[in-house]
Design a protein around this ligand. Sequence first.
Ligand SMILES: NC(=O)c1ccc[n+]([C@@H]2O[C@H](COP(=O)([O-])OP(=O)(O)OC[C@H]3O[C@@H](n4cnc5c(N)ncnc54)[C@H](OP(=O)(O)O)[C@@H]3O)[C@@H](O)[C@H]2O)c1
Length: 325
Amino acid sequence: MKAQVCRNFGSIENLNYLDTPDPTPKNDEILIKVRAIGVNFADSLLIQGKYQASPPLPFVPGTEASGEIIALGTNCKKYKVGDRVYGYNQAFGAFAEKVVFKEKIVSRLPENLSFDEGAALLAATGTAHHALRQKANLKENETLVVLGAAGGTGSAAVQIGKAIGARVIAACSSDSKLDFAKSLGADECINYSNEDLRTSIRNLTNGKGADVIYDTIGGDAFDASTRAITWNGRLLVVGFASGRIPQFPVNLALVKGFSIVGVFWGTFIEAEPELYENNRIELQQWLANDIVKPKVNQRFHLENCVDALKYISNRKVLGKVVLNP
Ligand SMILES: NC(=O)c1ccc[n+]([C@@H]2O[C@H](COP(=O)([O-])OP(=O)(O)OC[C@H]3O[C@@H](n4cnc5c(N)ncnc54)[C@H](OP(=O)(O)O)[C@@H]3O)[C@@H](O)[C@H]2O)c1
């Protein structure tokens, strides 16, 4: 099969599009003929050696894909060959024509979703779902601010925030990104290229501050968020797309009585499988009813994976980018 192979950590340009051996499913794994692959901000970090995990070289990057099942491990009983599914592999391997997933992290692709939409789902939507349900315990009528609201996981947080019944304030760097966030259901908008984030959040909450802030950006946006969150608020640390991991004076959390809550979906699905299964079931219901729907903004051929990664790191994405083999 063809796959994108990373032989050395460094520039994303170093990826090689090569013939590689097909993966073989272990007993608890399913082999998929890939129809679409989700591309994430973190894929570039991994290839550059800047991610939390560093797989042994060489490796095939990519974590999420959709397609048809072509083989099943001996312990896999839930699906059959030919089923349309989507899944996630923590050990990577998805930038390829075939990939293996553990059966427990595979879901049936709902009828109303395309392969592209299925591939765009798990990392972004799973993270937002876990963050807002388990980490923030977001409640109906609370105010949720989503930073980077037009990005992959930001756009999912807007949709899930609305599904839970929160009032959602989208914050982005351009009006066109804010229009996109509004189309997903955001109630209010902040353009942090020309507005002061802290002041705007306070103004939109009558001076009270947000109940929950979903921070995918870090840096200055995180700093502003610590000054714009209410008593008992939850500031969710999701990512650092700005490139700066913020330092935080903890006395602020004490004085203002809010929590800083770390979110790491990849560890959550392994560490808390029962809760993950609850989320999986809830997400399948939201998907079947069009309450949550991933928005695919750009498609690239698998061969042009580097262009897809650049599209994301150049801050162009609205929703998600997928690769098609
Ligand atoms: N903790 C977890 O489990 C988990 C899971 C998924 C993702 N993440 C992390 O969450 C972050 C966002 O991921 P994503 O897949 O949603 O990425 P994405 O689709 O590229 O969205 C990131 C957003 O960040 C904003 N941004 C601000 N400064 C940026 C910069 N210098 N370069 C690029 N974007 C910048 C952009 O929005 P504006 O232009 O509107 O500012 C962009 O839309 C990443 O750091 C990723 O690693 C963490």
